[in-house]
Design a binder for this molecule. Structure first.
Ligand code: URP
Ligand code: ZN
Ligand code: ZN
Ligand code: ZN
Length: 475
């Protein structure tokens, strides 16, 4: 199959020009101002942007958590992602109690074999136990399977939290194997005390979720992780940075040229702690961790994104339905499953409120949503850019089309949307994965199983094009 995308405004992290893109098979084979080629399919992209497929390095599909399972599997979750212009996710393979690390990876491989994702999928390995079944030897082998990042939770005590000994040992292994260490940074012990005290005082409503995990708990753990990773000699990536207290230690690390970086997620840029106060248990929709923060943090986050202190925007898509899942915590906020949706909304929200409102450039948007995730997670330059030899993962984006974001029209299984009723200008129109059209004019045309498991390169190494060659870089 050959496809010609004609006359679009091609935008990468570095470039911005009008041209044609010719795709043969799964990769881009020619880029030029006006290509004289015959293609089986021609897509008119005039008046549209053409950007590299977005990469979401932080999702939790079909994840057992908080006594239930997140409500998107790799079918619904990847269809939702595709509609939002995301063509690759890197999902957290979570080691369950009693599982070895290879068993955990096998469980996640079975999920994608069963669910037949429509976009490409990679895995991080989330280590929860190195005492019973998890071993450092198995951990060291994961990168050979293309799983080149380890994740640790410094919170969720009594469930998936690890202690500092485990955290540090994993960092040491990473420094040997070339894996990237990812941390959920919160001080789990103090949070556990604060939660128990609040409940003992009869404080059960959703708003206590935020009150019992204040910003300083995130700041403390972020700083601890930065220091320990530096000591171990491992590269570090702090997930879902939500507040100034956590931005500051990352800013210091960036300033000192330490190998520590951070991401934030769409929701922290738009939703503040007042949402947790919504009446009628509505607040439970915004119970994710870290919690929504006081509003002034949003400007700190935008500033950190525009100055390079934060490097990526992910979604932390971890959907739990309001009906039947969030309601598990009707009488006890600590039993509300933690997580929110958003895999479909990121590009539209960041384009509308980031680019259109002048906070970041179009190039920076592409960098934050595609190129930087590709580089951090060993997918570049096969993915994360538009270049000869790279995967033809492309989004034709109409910057003028208007849309109202709503649970009525999104494609996730979840029954609410964090951004319900938000009007945006700029919508992904046609989405391609390795040359196959997934979404065309707002309709799903993807074949189930269009997506594949991606074996990622080690941190700092490149993933060549599918044919084995290094894609030719523009810019
Ligand atoms: O509340 C959240 N974020 N749930 C998913 C697990 C995590 O901490 O990322
Ligand atoms: Zn987390
Ligand atoms: Zn998460
Ligand atoms: Zn250039």
């Amino acid at each position: 199959m050959s496809v010609l995308i004609k006359g679009g405004r091609i935008i990468t992290a570095a470039d911005d020009y009008v041209g044609d893109i010719f795709i043969e098979g799964e990769t881009v084979s020619l880029i030029g101002r006006s290509l004289d080629v015959r293609a089986e399919k021609v897509i008119d992209a005039s008046g549209r942007y053409v950007i590299p497929g977005c990469i979401d390095p932080h999702t939790h599909m079909e994840m057992p958590f908080g006594g239930t399972v997140s409500c998107d599997d790799f079918t619904s979750g990847t269809i939702s992602a595709a509609f939002g212009g995301t063509t690759t996710i890197v999902d957290f393979c979570l080691q369950q109690a009693g599982q070895t690390l290879p068993e955990a990876l096998e469980t996640w491989h079975e999920k994608i074999e069963r669910a037949k994702p429509v976009i490409d999928v990679g895995f991080h390995l989330a280590v929860t136990d190195l005492q019973e079944k998890g071993t450092l030897e198995d951990l060291a082998k994961a990168p050979e399977e293309g799983v080149t990042s380890y994740k640790l939770f410094m919170a969720y005590k009594g469930a998936i939290m690890v202690d500092d000994e485990t955290l540090f040992k994993v960092m040491q292994v990473a420094s040997e194997t070339g894996a990237l260490v990812m941390v959920h940074a919160e001080h789990g012990d103090s949070i556990d005390v604060l939660v128990k005290q609040a409940l003992a005082e009869g404080k059960t409503e959703p708003k206590w979720h935020a009150a019992t995990r204040p910003p300083i708990t995130e700041g403390e753990a972020t700083n601890r992780a930065v220091q320990l990773a530096h000591l171990a000699g491992a590269p570090l990536y702090v997930v879902h940075v939500s507040c100034k207290e956590a931005i500051d230690p990352i800013a210091r690390a960036r300033e000192a040229d330490w190998r520590a970086w951070g991401e934030t997620c769409t929701q922290y840029l738009f939703i503040d702690e007042s949402y947790l106060d919504r009446p009628g248990f509505e607040g439970a929709k915004y119970v994710y961790t870290p919690p929504p923060r006081p509003k002034e943090n949003q400007e700190h986050l935008w500033h950190a994104l525009s100055t390079g202190v934060l490097s990526v925007i992910s979604t932390d898509h971890c959907p739990f339905r309001f009906d039947g899942q969030k309601t598990l915590g009707k009488d006890d906020f600590s039993k509300i499953p933690n997580g929110g949706p958003g895999v479909e909304d990121r590009l539209m929200m960041i384009h509308n409120f980031g680019v259109r409102e002048g906070r970041i450039s179009l190039n920076r948007m592409v960098e934050l949503l595609s190129t930087a995730p590709a580089r951090f997670f060993g997918l570049y330059p096969r993915k994360g850019t538009i270049a000869v030899g790279s995967d033809a993962d492309l989004v034709v984006f109409d910057p003028n089309r208007k849309k109202t974001i709503s649970a009525e029209t999104h494609h996730s299984n979840i029954d609410y949307n964090l951004y319900e009723g938000t009007e945006v200008t700029g919508v992904p129109e046609t989405v391609l994965l390795r040359g196959q059209v997934l979404v065309e004019n707002g309709e799903l045309v993807a074949i189930p199983g269009a997506g594949r498991f991606v074996r990622r390169a080690r941190f700092g190494e490149e993933l060549p094009g599918a044919a084995g060659e290094r894609p030719i870089q523009v810019g």
